[in-house]
Design a protein around this ligand. Structure first.
Ligand SMILES: C[S@@+](CC[C@H](N)C(=O)[O-])C[C@H]1O[C@@H](n2cnc3c(N)ncnc32)[C@H](O)[C@@H]1O
Length: 364
């Protein structure tokens, strides 16, 4: 048995396992590498409480760590249900609620059945693997305006390692190679938006990122057929033609492409503007705080730069040239009058609106 501390929560575990990657499925699963992700979750929940969200659900809670941290670290008036189907996990959640002395409801329901019983302002879906089975139930259990956070750990499928599985499950063609992570997250965003459309909901991504072995998406869902129609022009295709290009859903490209996927913004500017203020109010580990600040800078770049990115090592390999420093590449692109900046997707990634011919000149 172990008692660990994360944020302001103390969590009882049957056994502490210091996972570095995805970890092993088991009742009372806890992955310490995801602490920074849960820090961002706290920031997001603080943001939505300020916007009036009141009924919260940590839908696949395991130890209850997310829900418990949100209750302890987010200020304001809201109610929290912490749910897990697994009996043993349910026992652990109850114990953790007690240890932390918080007011929250432990539930032992199948997520999909719970979605038929109650309606929430915020739902967290944090499964092992793909969120698809839970997304199809989500829309029954949310109010007309609701926030969601969704994890996917089937990144190999979404990034095209398992192309057939991606087509079968997400109804989209992935593309391996440069930018596959951003293409993968956009396939997931596109899938969520299309599912939302089926239930007359509009989907608006607030934050979308890759971290360690998973994708995480925060978003807003709003009911209304007209609103939902607004999403249509955010679904399209990407293809390669002297660099990355995007096109609308109704005009699929003739070239090698990926999609359908989300071609709109990955994040919401308003949230990114408020993140630093909320971060200042919280007491996260200083190294996490530093990391989150760096991420915010990258996220801000990502909403002013075009979709998809280039990777300096791919280009160096293709041209059989030495790889210049990323700052140098970005400065050179800016000198040529293009937009350019870093992205959180990879340490060697840069985004730009320059044509590929002009990008590769920098290597010559
Ligand atoms: C990846 S773990 C959750 C981790 C947790 N959110 C965290 O941050 O540490 C996924 C959990 O989903 C639970 N689960 C799987 N299917 C479920 C279902 N249909 N309804 C409710 N819980 C379910 C599993 O028992 C497991 O505890």
């Amino acid at each position: 048995m172990a008692l660990i501390k994360e944020g302001k929560a103390e969590i009882f575990l049957e056994k502490f396992r210091p996972y570095k990657g995805p970890g092993k499925r088991q009742a009372g699963f806890y992955n310490p590498t995801l602490e920074i992700d849960r820090d961002i979750n706290v920031i997001f929940c603080q943001y939505i409480v300020k916007k009036g969200a009141r009924n919260f659900l940590d839908g696949l809670a395991s130890t209850g760590i997310r829900g418990i941290r949100i209750v302890k670290e987010v200020e304001g008036d809201f109610e929290m249900d912490i749910n897990d189907l697994n009996k043993k996990a349910f026992g652990i959640i109850k114990k953790n609620i007690e240890i932390n002395g918080i007011d929250a409801n432990a539930l032992n329901e199948n997520f999909c059945i719970l979605m038929h019983k109650k309606k929430y302002d915020y739902v967290d879906i944090d499964p092992y693997g793909s969120p698809i089975p839970f997304l199809s139930c989500l829309f029954r259990g949310i109010k007309r305006k609701a926030y969601v956070s969704i994890t996917a750990t089937d990144t190999a499928t979404l990034c095209g390692v398992y192309k057939t599985a991606c087509i079968r499950k997400y109804g989209a063609i992935p593309l391996r190679g440069q930018s596959m992570k951003e293409i993968g997250i956009r396939i997931l965003l596109g899938y969520i938006a299309r599912q939302a459309g089926g239930f007359d909901y509009k989907f608006h991504p607030i934050l979308s990122y890759v971290c360690s072995h998973f994708f995480r998406i925060y978003g807003l869902l709003e009911k209304g057929a007209k609103k939902s129609n607004e999403c249509i022009n955010k679904i399209g295709w990407v293809y390669w033609d002297n660099g990355w290009k995007i096109c609308e859903f109704e005009k699929p490209p003739a070239k090698k492409f990926a999609g359908p996927l989300w071609i709109g913004n990955l994040h919401d500017k308003n949230f990114l503007d408020e993140m630093p203020e909320i971060l200042k109010e919280k007491k996260f580990k200083s190294q996490n705080e530093k990391e989150i600040k760096k991420l915010i800078t990258y996220f801000k770049n990502e909403i002013i730069l075009p979709p998809l990115f280039y990777e300096s090592n791919f280009i160096a390999k293709e041209l059989k040239r030495k790889q210049p420093k990323l700052n140098y590449i970005i400065e050179k692109l800016k000198e040529k009058g293009y937009l350019a900046g870093r992205s959180h997707f990879a340490s060697n990634a840069f985004k730009t609106n320059a044509p590929y011919n002009d990008i590769v000149e920098i290597w010559k």
